[in-house]
Write a protein that binds this ligand. Structure first.
Ligand code: EZ4
Ligand code: CO
Length: 412
């Protein structure tokens, strides 16, 4: 079973996606997701120029060997562009192995450890009434766990708030389908950490008063705080019993998490921008986090995701894989198979793709009653309709960024 063909497909149905499609000499195909939001063409080029030529003729059965070959032979290790490219190859080879075996990938990873997987959705609102409506809307869609993001008094627009959409230049674009904005330049937003720290606990108090103590609530700090500010927020949110506080600090400074940890029992989730198992090494060993936020697509694929979760299991740390719409249905399926198989599954973020995306990617995955399942088709359970994909050429789109009142660029 040799790799005969490797194609890099860039398509932009509701947003940009980069997909690798491998075909073997016995006619099996495998798909891998290599989408890197806002830097898509760098990965497409890394794949076409430097990876595709290395794949032709290789044994498609050798997943681990191919992963190690791509990781080590390049000499230049890690980094999002490299790791998204390796991820796509890894996923496509697992897809092929599943199809060759006639089994869904989760069976090859040890079989299902549960019947279904709890998901959470993104509710947001600039003001409370809008936020409550958004929470109710997510409950109607079936979600039982909900991430809550709020506007902050005095700030015009904040990343992650759905009502920012519809602003000039961005009319008619749904936030959940495309948080990035199409256009030549990233949009500029404003930020003030002190107002945010004062306001957020009042919002969670109001949400608990309105919706009761039962519903798991999550919040994303999006790397905006210092360790001391994060400690303060974690502490002030303790009465509202969060499922987790995500990316409370920019976690390149891993020691900073020790300080946060000493001050709060609010559970912490980190790692959506991490690329490798090694990025989690001290966070897991020192038990500084509770949930691993890695995404198969940005983490080198299924193989390393399974490894980091087995390592995390030794410390009772669970999964909370990144699941925004910039993970394509292929990358999403890949991590659903891992999530179903591992014992230490926690929760899965699930922002729903738009109709055009779902027409390009045919999916076996199901979402019912707040729970996900990857389906039982052999492989990953996703097929790409090339005719549909061909209708949507790449469009430049960038995530927004932040400046403070004095003009300083801040973490957004
Ligand atoms: O900003 O996926 O938790 N989810 C998030 C996402 C990320 C985008 C970046 O590409 O923080 O909205
Ligand atoms: Co996040």
């Amino acid at each position: 079973m040799r790799i005969e063909k490797a194609e890099v497909i860039v398509t932009s149905p509701d947003r940009n996606f980069v997909t690798l499609k491998l075909t073997t000499d016995d006619g099996l195909t495998g798909l891998g997701d290599a989408t890197l939001n806002g830097r898509e063409l760098a990965v497409a080029s890394y794949l076409s120029e430097h990876v595709v030529p290395l794949l032709i003729g290789r044994d498609a059965a050798q997943i681990e060997d191919t992963w190690q070959f791509l990781y080590r032979s390049a000499y230049w290790r890690r980094g999002p562009v490299t790791m998204a490219s390796i991820a796509a190859v890894d996923m496509a080879l697992w897809d092929i192995k599943g199809k060759a075996a006639g089994m869904p990938v989760y069976q090859l990873l040890g079989g299902a450890s549960r019947d279904r997987m709890m998901a959470y959705g993104h509710a947001s609102g600039k003001e409370l009434p809008e936020l409550f409506d958004s929470i109710r809307h997510h409950q109607e869609l079936g979600y039982r766990s909900i991430r809550v993001q709020t506007g902050v008094p005095g700030l015009e627009s904040i990343y992650g708030i759905a009502s920012n959409k519809g602003l000039p230049g961005n009319e008619g674009v749904r936030y959940d389908h495309e948080p990035a904005q199409r256009g030549a330049l990233p949009a500029q937003e404003d930020w003030d950490t002190r107002s945010y720290l004062r306001h957020v606990p009042t919002v969670f108090e109001a949400v608990r008063n309105e919706f009761g103590p039962e519903m798991p609530l999550l919040h994303d700090g999006h790397h905006r705080m210092t360790p001391l500010q994060a400690a303060k927020l974690g502490k002030s949110l303790e009465p509202y019993d969060l499922f987790w506080l995500e990316d409370c600090t920019p976690a390149e400074n891993q020691e900073g998490l020790r300080l946060v940890r000493q001050h709060t029992t609010t559970p912490l989730a980190i790692g959506e921008i991490f690329n490798t198992v090694w990025d989690f090494q001290s966070l897991i060993k020192e038990q500084l986090i509770d949930y691993v936020r890695a995404a198969s697509t940005h983490f080198g694929g299924i193989s390393p995701l399974k490894k980091v979760m087995d390592y995390a299991a030794m410390y009772q740390i669970r999964s909370g894989f990144h699941g925004p719409t910039d993970i394509s249905p292929v990358g999403f399926a890949a991590q659903l198979h891992v999530g179903l198989a591992i014992h230490n599954y926690g929760i899965q973020e699930y922002m729903q793709h738009g109709d055009k995306t779902n027409a390009v990617f045919e999916q076996a995955m199901t979402f019912a009653d707040g729970y996900l399942h990857p389906g039982n088709k052999p492989g990953l359970g996703v097929e790409l309709d090339t005719d549909e994909a061909g209708k949507y050429p790449y469009e430049t789109a960038y995530l927004p960024y932040n400046r403070l009142a004095d003009g300083t660029v801040h973490d957004w």
